[in-house]
Design a protein around this ligand. Sequence first.
Ligand code: FCB
Length: 543
Amino acid sequence: MNKPHRRQKISVRNEWSAGKSLAPELHVVGGVITATTGKLMNFRKTPASPSGDKPSPSRRELIKLAGAGALAANSASPAAAKTNAQTAAEPGNARMPRGLPQDFQWGTATSAYQIEGAWQDDGKGESIWDRFTHTPGAIKSNDTGDVALDHYHRYKDDVAQMKSLGVRTYRFSISWPRIFPQGAGQPNAKGLDFYDRLADELLANNIDPYATLYHWDLPQALQDSVGGWESADTAKAFADYAGYVSGKLGDRIKHFFTMNELNTFVELGHGTGEFAPGQKLPPARLNQVRHHAVLGHGLAVQAIRANAKPSVKIGIAENLVAAVPVIETPENISAAEQAAREINAGYLTVILEGRYTDAFLAAAGADAPKFTGEELQAIATPLDFVGINVYTPVYVRAIGAAPGYEIVPFAKSHPRMASAWQFFGPEALYWAPRHLQKLWNVKDIYISENGCAAADEPAADGVVYDSDRIMFLRSYLAALQRAITEGVPVRGYFLWSLFDNFEWSSGYGTRYGLIHVDYATQKRTPKLSAAYYAEVIKRHALA
Ligand code: FCB
């Protein structure tokens, strides 16, 4: 098990005290969390269980959880039976309704800073993550992304690894400071060339590239010159970069995610200071950063539409806080829907509705962000698809008083994966996409990330037997299949992650990959979960 570190070891007080109230009241039962004024939650900051201990789940618990997943998969409706009959890849699947729609896409995901290395190669500028990781004490073991997986030089072999899994889609991110070393101004042709070669290599291997334009590695020059996301100039510079890249690569990259997890880079980078650029801003300034992040997203959508070919599709990859009704009663379900809308008010809600909710503004009071109607319109520029990163649930139930819902704390014994913030809750992968459909009528949904860390260690035969990751994937995928069979329009799934990689402030000790990486030799070795995922892809059905 990984040692608790920084963002993993979260006290209830810290989690709920950063920043001033921004979301409506988050009521919590059980007396664990007493704060009644809400904060914008980040899923990585889900309340720790009272003790903070992480008990290992017993064999009996694991069997029970896997059983629950299987039940969900088998309780298919007549509509589901039709989908499965149409799509089952093998005859057996018609009897066992575990298939997925024919055009459902399986993929894996990574991000630039976490794998590329080559931090100064070919004219790349410094990013805020370069600066942050070079600050002693900021990252566990003072790990940095200077070399990472050296993917910048090994991308061909890495694409071959992907191919052997059978994935047909790959989500990666483009490093802004490779393209614009100073954030704006003169583009760096050599930086663009790398993604050009990568896109070609993927297509030559029949893998469809999905690119994220911002996975947190802001050019340091923009942090220094205008204060990064504290300034609307950064939002504008992001749009210019997005327009430029999509114009150059949009002939081959047909799907762009503007940003990855606004909630995380804003809250942890500017609220708690655990992520780059390590700021702990007071409430009004933090709210302005939140606003500039969604504004940057909206302006980028417009810039891509203006510059890329019309066939290019644009979305976002946000970590919607996944409100799950703790017991599926009609009252709790509607409470969970309400919670999903309000807890995500500063991010997906404003992006999909074009307004900040009344409760959000009331809670922010004098610290509310400054914005114009024109900005709100830009923020809500229609998207072609919405991606959500789903790792963990937040349990909710209905209450008679305002705001109509409350958060139910996790039991001390609630099983968690190897990242202490990641409580096991496969239902999140049913409810999160269902909320997108129900609340905002989203027609094309991607699960842009899902996966888990495990205490992976190669056995004597060199294989990592990550049975917990397989259990996790099987259970979460069963919940996803439940959503799809009920008509929730999920088009694809990107497993986080293809490889073990640099896990932000946790460094290299926290492993999320299907493929093990020996960082001393750069040797890649598929884990048992890679064989599991390859089987799912081959069958095009749960395995
Ligand atoms: C997500 C990030 C991704 C990785 C996974 C574990 O929040 O988008 O880069 O850190 O969590």
